[in-house]
Write a protein that binds this ligand. Structure first.
Ligand SMILES: *Cc1c(COP(=O)(O)O)cnc(C)c1O
Length: 390
């Protein structure tokens, strides 16, 4: 027990401020004292349409009144429709719907291991990356390269050697007879928005093709319009063999997906499942979100706001002698430099009514709603300027 006088029964799993959130609308979140916050965290890049978007409210209420869960042992019309649209949009063939990013990644790991057993004489190793993040289940933590995660719940699940992002030789050096796949985030989110270069993504695709390995992309954070294209891999002109999605795909509700090419989609009956997997209530939200985000106008809007935000952040970089801006679309990091304590800045921002995230000691991460307005971007920039000045 970390707090001396606990006033609630929730496990103390994160340092949380005293504010209790009660409602939200678009880019604004409101606490029980009526304080309003301009939200550039959005549930950790989850609420791609902002808080309480009417399309999500409508999908939830209409579907809840019709059918919530007939069980995964039956087809339901919503998940059939949604899976078809999602597979077509991704350029992949088959979809397994689930609930969280970690669960989707567990499924990707299982699929690759099964494929290795069927086609690669039992090869099971998946090359992953230093500082990568794939979720908080034991296997997903083992696949992650977050410092300290190798010992905290030891022993790890074996079979996840770690390469270095943007270093192809480090990947090649790890390939052996037991290797079945390479798995990465096209932009490492939790590591502080560290992009894999377009060249690196293309080189990995070519390497996997040449060596008969599966390329698994974890687009849990980068997918569904976050980087200005529906999927980040589209910017590189490649397609993965296996893809995982969560966060933005549900617009705030627990929804995730595992997608695969036909040739990699090798689960037999009983290999994969879950009580809530493919339930029509969440699938209805995913279908509504995809319908809005996957239009040329919406994605152009993301790129416009991104350009505006990058311009404004670069002006702050010049004015305050900061290090620079990284990322793509509306997944951006502002590297502050040694002089600024990012955690302290996040705290002062919250007091000023602005929600930001600090994934690293000197780095801020910005992940607003994808439909954030030009005015809200300007408002965020001017609050940030005042905080950097102080
Ligand atoms: C958030 C995240 C996950 C884990 O998703 P959960 O829904 O929290 O389990 C996995 N991979 C990446 C890249 C993420 O950003």
């Amino acid at each position: 027990m970390n707090s001396p006088t606990p006033s609630h029964a929730l496990m103390d799993i994160a340092a949380r401020p005293a504010a209790v959130m009660v409602r939200g609308s678009g880019s604004w979140l409101e606490d029980a004292d009526g304080r309003r916050y301009l939200d550039f965290v959005q549930g950790w890049a989850v609420n791609c349409l902002g808080h309480a978007h009417p399309a999500i409210t409508q999908a939830l209420s209409e579907q809840a009144a019709r059918l919530i869960n007939p069980s995964p042992a039956f087809f339901n019309e919503v998940s059939l429709r949604f899976a078809n649209r999602l597979a077509a949009a991704a350029g992949l063939d088959e979809v397994f719907l689930c609930n969280t990013g970690a669960e989707a990644n567990e499924g990707a790991i299982k699929l690759a291991r099964k494929w290795g057993r069927l086609h690669r004489h039992g090869a099971h190793e998946i090359i992953t990356f230093k500082d990568g993040f794939h979720g908080r289940t034991i296997a997903a933590m083992s696949a992650s390269g977050k410092p300290g995660w190798d010992t905290i719940f030891a022993p790890q699940v074996p079979g996840f050697p770690k390469a270095t992002l943007n270093d192809l030789a480090s990947v090649e050096a790890l390939i052996g007879p037991q290797t079945v796949a390479v798995m990465l985030e096209p932009i490492q989110g939790e590591a502080g928005v560290q992009p894999a270069t377009i060249e690196f993504l293309r080189a990995l695709r070519a390497l996997c093709d040449a060596r008969g390995l599966l390329l698994i992309l974890d687009e849990v954070q980068t997918g569904i319009g976050r980087t200005g294209t529906l999927f980040r891999y589209q910017a590189a002109g490649i397609t993965p063999d296996i893809l995982t999605l969560a966060k933005g795909i549900g617009g705030g509700v627990p929804l995730a997906a595992l997608l695969a090419r036909q040739s990699a989609s090798c689960f037999s009956h009983g290999d994969q499942g879950g009580t809530y997997c493919g339930n029509p209530l969440m699938a209805a939200v995913g279908d509504a979100v995809l319908g809005i985000v996957n239009t040329p106008e919406f994605l152009a809007g993301v790129r416009e706001r991104s350009a505006q935000l990058i311009l404004g952040l670069n002006a702050l970089v010049a004015r305050f002698g900061l290090v620079g801006v990284r990322g793509a679309g509306l997944l951006l990091a502002l590297e502050l430099g040694e002089h600024y304590d990012a955690a302290d800045l996040v705290l002062r921002a919250r007091e000023a009514g602005l929600l930001l995230n600090a994934p690293r000691p000197h780095c801020l991460r910005l992940m607003p709603a994808l439909n954030v307005s030009a005015e809200e971007v300007e408002q965020m920039l001017s609050i940030l300027a005042i905080l950097l000045q102080a």
